[in-house]
Design a protein. Structure first.
Length: 114
């Protein structure tokens, strides 16, 4: 079983890797207003996550990936017939409030295919 610090380290490594992939594939660049909003949310509602990711220099990378993945999930849910407002609420609930104990989140397509 991983220690809490090891869980945060795994999450930080995952975030940095995934953010780098998004940038290299020219899918998105970090620094959107939604990412800033998410970082502020974590600072208030999940200060341990905020502090640990800041210490590991992964906060911006994590916000970048989480925002991109939540948008992808929102669009997938919307295309499957869910009203846009419901799709947005579900994607935010699934992505924005991460729990490092659960490990790195899955991509929307991974979450639906297993």
């Amino acid at each position: 079983m991983k220690t809490p610090r090891q869980q945060f380290e795994s999450l930080a490594t995952w975030a940095k890797t995934e953010s780098r992939k998004l940038i290299e594939q020219e899918e998105s660049m970090p620094g959107s207003p939604l990412e800033s909003e998410l970082i502020d949310l974590w600072k208030g509602q999940n200060p341990t996550l905020h502090r640990m990711m800041t210490e590991m220099q992964a906060l911006e990378a994590l916000a970048h990936v989480v925002v991109e993945r939540s948008i992808a999930e929102e669009m997938m849910l919307y295309r499957s017939g869910m009203p846009l407002s419901d799709a947005r609420m579900q994607a935010v609930a699934d992505w924005w409030m991460l729990d490092p104990d659960e490990g790195a989140p899955k991509a929307p397509d991974e979450a639906t295919t297993g």
